[in-house]
Design a protein around this ligand. Structure first.
Ligand code: AMP
Ligand code: DBH
Length: 538
C-alpha cells in the first residue's frame, strides 16, 4: 500500500509549530476533550436524532471498535459516501479513533468516480447509507466491488447498530496517531481529468477550522447548519461542522438546501450561521420574501464556492436579515474570508483575505512576475494548511506546484492594498457549476467513447441560475445522435449527475492552431467566444 504523506520543509514546519498554528491536536482527540468539558451540550441534530457531545463520542468509539473487529487495520483507507445525517459524524470520528483514513466522496458520485477513488486510494472498505433521495447505494456498491478487487468490505451505516454488541472494549484500542500524519483524503474538484486526492494532516486541517471558527466567532451558543453536502471542504471546515464542534457549537445536518427544508430547520433549531453557494443564496433571497418561516435567528450567511456578484451580495442583508460573509477557499488549503466587522464595501466587493498571517500569497503574470495591487494575475499560495502535493500523482504535482512549494490555484485574482482578494476568473479549464467543479477533459473523454462522436470540446457558459453551465460542442461521425441520447450516454457511464452536459451543440469542424495541432485550451476559448457572440446577436 502506498504510504500517505504530506510534508512541509522542516524550517516552515518548525515555524508553524512555534507560531501556535500546529498544536499537536488530533481529529478524535479534540472532540473527546470537548465532550469532557460539556458532555450534555447538543453536538448534532438531524432527522429524528439529537446527540449530545458525550453521545457522539460514545457512538464514534463503538464504531471504531466495530471497524477494528471487522478486521480493518489502522492506516486502511475507507471510502465514505454519506449524506447530511448525524451518522456522518459518528462514522468519521469512529474512523479517526480507529486510525483508519476516510476518503471523502459526495452522495452524487457514481460508479466511475467511486471506483477511481477506491483504486487510487487503495481503499479496503466503503461506507454508505442504504437509501438517500430515492437512490439505492447498495446496488452501487455491488458494481463498485466488481471493479475494485482490493475492496474487501462494504459497510451500510444502517446496519452499524447491529454490530454494537460485537464491539470489544474500546478503551483497549491503542491510539497511535501522530498529529503530523495524514488524517484523511479530501477530493479536488479536478480541472484536468479525474479528481485528485488531497492528503490533509491532523495538524494542518485542525488549524484551518479552529482559526475559521474564531473568524466566525463561533461559541457554545452558535448553531451551525450544514446545508451543502457535508463532504465538501466548505461545510466541513470553513468553519463547517468540524469548526463548529471544535468551538462547542451545535451542528444541524440539513438533508437538502431547498428553502422549504432549510428555512424550516433554521426556525426549528435557531440556526445562527450557515454556508451556501451563490445560486442557492439567490434562491434563498427570493424565497425569504414570502416564507412563512421565522428565520430571524440567522446571523451570518456565508457564500462561497463560486463567484458571488456584487449586485447580489449587496442584497443579502435586506433580503435575509443577516450579515454576509464571502468565503473563497479550496480543498487544497487556502481559505479567505471577509471578516464580520469589515466595511460593507469590502464584504460586497471582495472574496476576503486569508485565514493566516503566514498564508503566503503571490499574484503573478504569465512570466511569473508579481503584478501590482489591483491588477489581475494568477494566484499562487503556500502556508500552514495548504498542501505540498497530491496523493500519488506525479504529473499533477509537477503541474500544480512550483519548485519552491507554491500551489498554483488556477484562479485569477486581484489584491487590494490591505490584502483582500477579488476573484476575476481562472486560468484552468474547469466548469464551476453552482460550486461543483467539472473537468472539461474528463467529460470530453466520456463523450469520445460514443460511437457517433468524432470529437468533443466541453466549455463553460455563463448561466443566470447556475453561475456557469456546461456546453459540449460535438463533431459527429455517421448518423448524428440526438442531444438527449448523448446526455443519457454520459449518464450511463456512471457519473455524478452534475457532470452531464447541460447543453449540446453540434458543429461541423473545430479550428486548429497554426501548428496544425489542436490546442484544447485555445479551442475551448474560441468555441465559447463564438457561442456567446452568436447568442448575443440572436
Ligand atoms: P476545489 O479545488 O475543488 O476545492 O475548488 C476550489 C476552487 O473553487 C477555487 O480554486 C476557486 O476556483 C473556486 N472558488 C471557491 N470559492 C470561490 C469564491 N468565493 N469565488 C470564486 N471562486 C471560488
Ligand atoms: O469551493 C471550495 O472548494 C471551497 C469554497 C469555500 C472550499 O474548499 C472552502 C470554502 O474551504
Amino acid at each position: 500500500m502506498l504510504e500517505l504523506k504530506q510534508e512541509w520543509p522542516a524550517e516552515r514546519a518548525a515555524h508553524y509549530r512555534e507560531a501556535g498554528y500546529w498544536r499537536g491536536e488530533a481529529m478524535f482527540g479534540f472532540l473527546e476533550q470537548r465532550a469532557a468539558k460539556s458532555p450534555r451540550q447538543i453536538a448534532v441534530v438531524g432527522g429524528l436524532e439529537r446527540w449530545s457531545y458525550a453521545e457522539l463520542v460514545s457512538r464514534a468509539k463503538h464504531h471504531a471498535a466495530t471497524f477494528l473487529a471487522m478486521g480493518l487495520e489502522p492506516g486502511t483507507r475507507v471510502v465514505v459516501q454519506l449524506p447530511n445525517i448525524p451518522e456522518f459524524l459518528s462514522v468519521v470520528f469512529g474512523l479517526f479513533r480507529a486510525g483508519l483514513i476516510p476518503v471523502f466522496t459526495l452522495p452524487a458520485h457514481r460508479l466511475t468516480e467511486i471506483s477511481h477513488f477506491v483504486n487510487k486510494s487503495e481503499a479496503a472498505a466503503y461506507i454508505i447509507t442504504a437509501l438517500h433521495e430515492g437512490f439505492d447505494y447498495r446496488s452501487l456498491t455491488v458494481q463498485v466491488q466488481a471493479q475494485c478487487p482490493g475492496l474487501r468490505k462494504v459497510i451500510v451505516v444502517d446496519d452499524l447498530k447491529e454490530f454494537r454488541s460485537v464491539a470489544s472494549d474500546v478503551a483497549r484500542i491503542p491510539l497511535a496517531i501522530k498529529p503530523s500524519d495524514v488524517a484523511f483524503l479530501q477530493i479536488s474538484g479536478g480541472s484536468t481529468g479525474l479528481s485528485k486526492l488531497i492528503p490533509r494532516t491532523h495538524d494542518d486541517y485542525i488549524y484551518s477550522f479552529r482559526a475559521s471558527a474564531e473568524i466566525c466567532a463561533l461559541n457554545e451558543t452558535s448553531v451551525y447548519m450544514a446545508a451543502l453536502p457535508v463532504a465538501h471542504n466548505f461545510p466541513m471546515s470553513s468553519p463547517g461542522v468540524f469548526g463548529a464542534l471544535y468551538a462547542g457549537s451545535t451542528v444541524v445536518m440539513c438533508p437538502s438546501p431547498t428553502p422549504a427544508t432549510a428555512f424550516a430547520l433554521i426556525e426549528q433549531e435557531g440556526v445562527t450561521i450557515t454556508g451556501v453557494v451563490p445560486p442557492l443564496a439567490l434562491l434563498w433571497m427570493q424565497a425569504a420574501a414570502t416564507t412563512a418561516h421565522d428565520i430571524s435567528s440567522l446571523q451570518i450567511l456565508q457564500v462561497g464556492g463560486a463567484k458571488f456578484i456584487p449586485e447580489a451580495a449587496a442584497r443579502v442583508k435586506a433580503s435575509l436579515g443577516c450579515a454576509l460573509q464571502q468565503v473563497f477557499g479550496m480543498a487544497e488549503g487556502l481559505v479567505n474570508y471577509t471578516r464580520l466587522g469589515d466595511p460593507e464595501e469590502t464584504i460586497i466587493n471582495t472574496q476576503g483575505r486569508p485565514i493566516s498571517p503566514d498564508d503566503e500569497i503571490l499574484i503573478v503574470d504569465d512570466l511569473g512576475n508579481p503584478v501590482a495591487d489591483g491588477e489581475p494575475g494568477m494566484l499562487l499560495t503556500r502556508g500552514p494548511y495548504t498542501i505540498n502535493a497530491y496523493h500519488n500523482d506525479d504529473a499533477a504535482n509537477a503541474r500544480s506546484f512550483t519548485d519552491d512549494g507554491y500551489y498554483r490555484t488556477g484562479d485569477i485574482v486581484s489584491r487590494t492594498s490591505d490584502g483582500y482578494l477579488t476573484v476575476r476568473g481562472r486560468a484552468g479549464d474547469h466548469i464551476n457549476r453552482s460550486g461543483e467543479k467539472i473537468s472539461a477533459e474528463e467529460i470530453e473523454d466520456h463523450l469520445l467513447a460514443h460511437a457517433s462522436v468524432l470529437d468533443a470540446a466541453v466549455v463553460s457558459i455563463p448561466d443566470p441560475y447556475l453561475g456557469e453551465r456546461s456546453c459540449a460542442f460535438i463533431i459527429s461521425k455517421g448518423e448524428k445522435p440526438k442531444s438527449a441520447a448523448l446526455k443519457a450516454f454520459v449518464r450511463s457511464r456512471g457519473l455524478a449527475d452534475f457532470k452531464v452536459p447541460d447543453q449540446i451543440v453540434f458543429v461541423d469542424a473545430f479550428e486548429t492552431t497554426a501548428v496544425g495541432k489542436t490546442s484544447r485550451k485555445f479551442l475551448r476559448q474560441t468555441l465559447r467566444e463564438q457561442f456567446l457572440s452568436t447568442s448575443a446577436a440572436e
